[in-house]
Design a protein around this ligand. Sequence first.
Ligand code: AP5
Ligand code: MG
Length: 239
Amino acid sequence: MYLVTKAYLFKKDSCKSYVLNGDESMRIILLGPPGAGKGTQAAKIVDEYKIPHISTGDIFRKNIKEGTELGKQAQEYMNKGALVPDELTCGLVADRISQEDCKEGFMLDGFPRNIFQAEMLDKFLSEKGIELTKVVNIEVEKELLVARAVGRRICKSCGATFHIEYNPTKTEGICDVCEGELYQRADDNEETVSNRIQVYIDETKPLVDYYSKQGIVATINGDQSIDKVFDDIKNSFGK
Ligand code: AP5
Ligand code: MG
């Protein structure tokens, strides 16, 4: 059952505790506006550090594709570029990071997205006796973000991300990794992207200050080559 008060929103069953081993676990948050390169860098981080990638946007899109009740509810908000309500979001993240494969660490992409979600996450983690390792804040000039999102293409089969101009596939419309067909996200049109950027500025950007107070933010210049951004992220991890 979900506890839907503003005091505590995570699913009650998710509170079964586990303790991560030692200090080597990586519990990472990727923060940044739409099109900053969170998903692109997440793929590289997973490859290098072998930690699960938890993207709330991907989870919602999977549910939309499968026609679930969650998907139907989330779609209404995503199509407008608005945030999906906390009541639908926090519980599923708590469930996911309670799974066995997250014991040695995890990387959150697109969560938390407002102060309320961040406070819920802090509370949830502290009840488990664990802490976040690093918040990677990828910064990109607003002017570049719309072009990045509108030109993005994603593989239907393996989920690899490309860009028609900045990171093109060898054959147009075909994935370089698995030869799957590429598609464009429903919320990657100019109007929705602009709304998403504004929502980021209003609701998500304050998290940079929130986590700076915890001393765990690494701000990365996202307006560099994909490989250079990744090098900077690795340096910020110190391993
Ligand atoms: P979500 O899926 O999280 O989207 P987003 O945050 O808007 O971010 P994007 O996925 O658009 O960008 P990205 O930073 O991953 O960039 P990418 O690497 O793909 O959320 C979607 C929606 O779901 C939200 O609007 C909301 O409705 C809902 N939602 C999700 N989480 C929620 C939550 N916690 N609470 C409430 N609602 C929630 O790169 C973009 C493009 O740029 C690609 O084409 C890529 O090839 C290219 N690129 C990447 N890096 C570079 C580079 N260095 N140089 C040149 N091009 C680059
Ligand atoms: Mg993404």
